[in-house]
Design a protein around this ligand. Structure first.
Ligand SMILES: [Zn+2]
Length: 305
C-alpha cells in the first residue's frame, strides 16, 4: 500500500535562514499528494525531496502571508513544464482568494488553476475528498483570515487472516466480502475487528483558540506551528502565534500521537522549543511523540493496528 507520510520541505516562519527554507509540507496519502503552505523556494525543495510536481493534486494554503504562499507561482510553473494544461485545485480562506488568484496569474503558467475559497467559520467546512478521506477546514485566530485543515479517513475494519482462512475466504472474495458485507453466510464482523480511521491535522499561524482542539483531536499526525517559546507568550499572543508549551498542551489534551513542530522563529534554537514541548508533555503525563521538524524530513503516519 502506498505510504502515508509527511515530507517536510521547509520549516522557517517569516524569513528563511541558512538551514531552513520557508515553510512547505507535502502530505502523501494513499497515492495522492497534497501540498500545504508552499513558501518561497518550495519548487527547489521539491527537487531536493525527490517529489515529482505532477503528482501534486491540490495545494492548501492556510492564509495569505508570504511565508505560506509565495511558492505557489513557482510550483505552478513547474507543474506546467511537466504536464502542460493540467488542472490543479488551490484552496485557501475565501477572504484571501483574490490573493491566490493573483499568485496564479503571476505564474502565467500553462495550468488551469481552480481557486476554491474556504469560508472562515467556527465549524468544519468540507474542502475535498482525498483518496476516500475527508479534507475539512476550520477558522483559526491569526492577524488575517486563516484556516486549519484536517484529513480524516473513515473508520474501517481489519480482517483476521486466520478467521478468513477458517471461513474459506481468500483472494478476490475478500474484496467481495468487504463490499457486500456478507459472503456465503459469513459476515464481515465475523472475520474482522473494527479499525479506527487515521487523521492528519495541519495547524499553522494562530493564537490558541477553541478551533485548535477539534482540528487535532485524536490525530495520528498533527503539524503545529511553534513560533515562540512560552517565556515570550505575550509576544506570541500579540502576533497571533503559538508557543511550544501551548502546542504541547493542546496535543496532549487532544490525544495526538505524533506532534510535528515547525514554523520556527530564527530567534530560537528549534531544539530548545522541542525540549519545552517534551517537558510539557511529561509534566502532563501525556504520551504524544514530538518531532522537531528539519527541512527534508520524512515523517510517517504510523498505521494503527
Ligand atoms: Zn507564518
Amino acid at each position: 500500500m502506498a505510504p502515508r507520510e509527511l515530507v517536510v520541505l521547509g520549516t522557517a516562519g517569516q524569513a528563511p535562514t541558512r538551514t531552513r527554507n520557508h515553510n512547505g509540507y507535502l502530505l502523501r496519502w494513499d497515492g495522492t499528494s497534497v501540498l500545504f503552505d508552499p513558501g518561497e523556494g518550495i519548487q527547489r525543495q521539491l527537487l531536493h525531496a525527490q517529489v515529482s510536481a505532477p503528482r501534486i493534486e491540490r495545494i492548501c494554503v492556510t492564509h495569505q502571508h508570504n511565508d505560506h504562499c509565495l511558492g505557489v507561482p513557482g510550483v505552478l510553473n513547474r507543474m506546467a513544464q511537466d504536464t502542460p494544461g493540467r488542472t490543479v485545485a488551490l484552496h485557501g480562506p475565501a477572504a484571501g482568494a483574490q490573493h491566490l488568484r493573483n499568485l496564479a496569474v503571476v505564474a502565467a503558467a500553462n495550468v488551469r488553476v481552480a481557486v476554491h475559497g474556504v469560508p472562515t467559520v467556527d465549524a468544519f467546512v468540507p474542502v475535498a475528498d482525498v483518496a476516500g478521506s475527508a479534507l475539512v477546514a476550520r477558522a483559526l485566530d491569526h492577524r488575517v483570515p486563516t484556516v486549519g485543515y484536517r484529513l480524516t479517513e473513515p473508520d474501517g475494519v481489519s480482517f483476521d487472516p486466520d478467521a478468513l482462512a477458517a471461513a474459506g475466504i481468500s483472494g478476490p472474495d475478500v474484496g467481495r466480502l468487504r463490499r457486500d458485507g456478507e459472503l456465503r453466510g459469513v459476515r464481515v464482523e465475523d472475520v474482522s475487528s473494527p479499525r479506527r480511521g487515521q487523521a492528519f491535522a495541519f495547524v499553522m499561524d494562530t493564537r490558541i483558540c477553541p478551533a485548535v482542539h477539534p482540528l487535532i483531536e485524536g490525530a495520528d499526525l498533527a503539524v503545529l506551528e511553534c513560533t515562540f517559546a512560552h517565556r515570550d507568550l505575550d509576544l506570541a499572543t500579540e502576533r497571533g502565534h503559538l508557543t511550544a508549551r501551548q502546542t504541547a498542551e493542546a496535543a496532549v489534551r487532544a490525544g495526538v500521537r505524533t506532534l510535528v513542530l515547525t514554523h520556527f522563529s530564527q530567534r530560537y534554537d528549534a531544539a530548545d522549543l522541542g525540549a519545552e514541548a517534551r517537558a510539557t508533555i511529561a509534566e502532563l503525563g501525556g504520551d504524544t511523540v514530538v518531532h522537531v521538524a528539519a527541512d527534508l524530513d520524512v515523517v510517517p503516519v504510523q498505521r494503527r493496528s
